[in-house]
Design a protein around this ligand. Structure first.
Ligand code: OGA
Ligand code: MN
Length: 301
């Protein structure tokens, strides 16, 4: 059966998200299938593959067929006995080494729930991620959706003065900025070193389409050359604008879903769910190509 891409989950978000059928991700993909996936990612930014009962190796093989991967640093926050997955995966679950939900007050959990803030994966790395591929092995009885907001559509809806204002701006991103927003501030000296800010452009261009997007993330904490309060307020205003419901698709998880998103043109966030229930979701990540600050600034004609 040929690959089918079915856009449109919601009448007010026609431009974000599509469901993909007619493909078995356990099998090696043909070049035409990979091209169809990349085209659909450029266009819809979030793809949902239902009923894909993959092993970790199959999940990884599918990811690698799309490009080089980025390894995860999140295991550093787990105690050795709680590490469930190799660094080829980000363990986005709420589970410890015995597959039991972390206690509510566990430090690892409190750090991890920072992903309930709108963000783009690894925007705190000098070369941030391209795609993320998250697969669900178990889901809670309620809650736990993942929401996605389209930063290309949000950019296009800005007025011209705002577009001109933000075009040349460079931000600093760090996991310390995002955690600070939720009052998580007890970092070790080693963590402060590892979480040193990196630079990211505020407006980026999707290479193959030329479409611009506003590159926001809860990890963004300052704008170079700006006073912090003004920088934070602009970032907050832009985030409020970009995450209005018209730009958002909310994914309700089923077991064996694999959802892939483009971090270059979306933000996402997890939603709360009962802390005593298991939610086993695992992520592979495709590496980006270059630092966003190396992208030339568009010069007004
Ligand atoms: C992620 C992430 C949110 C969620 O996997 O990068 O932010 O809903 N996940 O689990
Ligand atoms: Mn994330």
């Amino acid at each position: 059966m040929a690959i089918q891409i079915r856009p449109q989950f919601h009448p007010i978000t026609p431009f974000i998200g599509a469901e993909v059928d007619g493909i078995d991700l356990r099998e090696p993909l043909a070049p035409e299938q990979i091209a169809a996936i990349d085209d659909a990612m450029d266009r819809y930014a979030v793809l949902v593959f239902h009923d894909q009962p993959l092993t970790n190796d199959q999940h990884l093989a599918f990811t690698r067929s799309l490009g080089p991967i980025e390894t995860s640093t999140g295991n550093k926050l787990r105690k050795p006995e709680d590490i469930r997955l190799p660094t080829t995966f980000a363990d986005v679950s709420n589970l410890d080494g015995n597959n039991k939900p972390y206690a509510r007050n566990d430090r690892k959990r409190l750090f991890a729930i920072g992903n309930r803030l709108w963000h783009s994966d690894s925007s705190f790395k000098a070369i941030p991620a391209k795609y993320s591929l998250l697969r669900a092995l178990s889901v809670p009885s309620k809650g736990g959706n993942t929401e996605f907001a389209h930063m290309g559509a949000a950019y296009e809806a800005l007025d011209d003065a705002t577009k001109a204002l933000i075009e040349p701006l460079i931000c600093e991103h760090s996991q310390m900025f995002s955690r600070d927003l939720i009052g998580f501030r007890d970092f070790s000296a080693d963590e402060r070193e590892r979480f040193k800010p990196v630079l990211q452009r505020l407006v980026r261009t999707l290479p193959r389409t030329g479409r611009k997007s506003v590159y926001l993330s809860s990890h963004a904490g300052t704008i170079i050359g700006w006073e912090m309060p003004e920088a934070r307020l602009l970032l907050r205003d832009l985030t409020e604008h970009a995450t209005q419901r018209e730009f958002v698709y909310s994914h309700k998880w089923r077991v064996n879903d694999l959802v892939m998103w483009d971090n270059r043109q979306t933000m996402h966030r997890g939603r709360p769910f009962p802390a005593d229930e298991a939610r086993d979701v695992r992520r592979t990540t495709l590496a980006g190509h270059a630092p966003t600050v190396e992208q030339p600034i568009a010069v007004a004609a």
